[in-house]
Design a protein. Structure first.
Length: 294
């Protein structure tokens, strides 16, 4: 692969950032500066020097309207995340975060993990609502990270997708990686990370279908990418090819995607626990409009 493409894949950088590192002389192949278009060859020594962040990301304790605590004990806190809220701070994000909202509520979480995402064991997109868990104890952090890695967590989403998936029940097994042209999104790419999505149609309408989705893996944008690849993007998901006319008709201003249920073995005693989140108002209204047309 080219140096810029390879670094983007290895380090999760944008290709532009990777190219800038190469042009600054911060990428060495066998001790010699590499250009962004040079090729990475197996067996060669790759050295990358990353710059210090200009503004280290810090958690700010700011109340988050609509962030609901569904359950809390000594080990975990389960929340219902509203739309427009990131899970943790990232460079360039100035909006509210789950960890900041918990801090403002006086809820202390685990200190394991990077400073800006301590206690975080999984994430939801800013535009995706629903149930998620954050670790409060160090033991819970380790146990939950292992459970997500070993795929013993039951993650159920509801999505409103355009058209009617055929078959109405099935599995999407297609590798996902960063989009080859657009750094801000992902795509089904040969050689990408293995990604498996199980789905079943719950309700069918003239223009869309409500599907229940079980994630076997947890790639970034996985549900959005997989259904877009089937030509059935989530309603309102303009980034992945959704029809803006249908979105406006239903009053949906983001992807119709909701983390409905989360089940896992409790870190304290191993008992199975399960938590469910109701549809937020914007998604519920869009669904009712479709039902009214049926």
């Amino acid at each position: 692969m080219r140096v810029d493409a390879g670094l983007a894949k290895l380090l999760g950088l944008s290709r532009t950032t990777a190219a800038d590192l190469a042009e600054a002389g911060d990428v060495l192949l066998d001790g010699r500066p590499a250009g962004k278009s040079d090729r990475l060859v197996a067996g060669r020594l790759l050295e990358v020097t990353l710059p210090e962040p200009e503004n280290p990301v810090r958690v700010q304790a700011i109340p988050v309207p609509g962030l609901v605590v569904l359950h809390e004990d000594d080990d975990i806190v389960v929340v219902d995340k509203p739309v427009g809220v990131a899970v943790h701070p990232t460079p360039g994000w100035t909006g509210p975060t789950v960890v900041g909202g918990l801090a403002a509520a006086g809820i202390r979480i685990a200190t394991s993990g990077a400073a800006e995402r301590q206690g975080v064991v999984h994430r939801l997109d800013v535009g995706t609502t629903g149930v998620m868990v954050v670790a409060k104890s160090e033991h819970a952090y380790s146990a939950l990270k292992r459970a997500f890695k070993e795929r013993t967590v039951d993650k159920i989403y509801h999505a409103l997708v355009q058209g009617h998936p055929d078959p109405s029940k099935g599995t999407i097994d297609a590798p996902i990686d960063r989009h080859p042209k657009y750094d801000y999104k992902f795509a089904v790419v040969a050689g990408g990370r293995p990604s498996v999505t199980h789905y079943e149609t719950i309700e069918a309408f003239r223009a869309a279908s409500l599907v229940e989705v079980h994630l076997e893996t947890g790639r970034t944008h996985q549900i959005r990418v997989h259904f877009a690849a089937l030509r059935h993007p989530c309603v309102g998901d303009i980034t992945y090819g959704a029809d803006p006319v249908l979105a406006r008709k239903l009053g949906v201003t983001r992807q119709w995607l909701h983390a409905r249920t989360l089940g896992f073995r409790h870190p304290a005693d191993g008992r199975w626990v399960e938590f469910t989140s109701s549809y937020p108002d914007d998604l519920a209204r869009g669904l009712e409009l479709l039902r009214a047309e049926a």
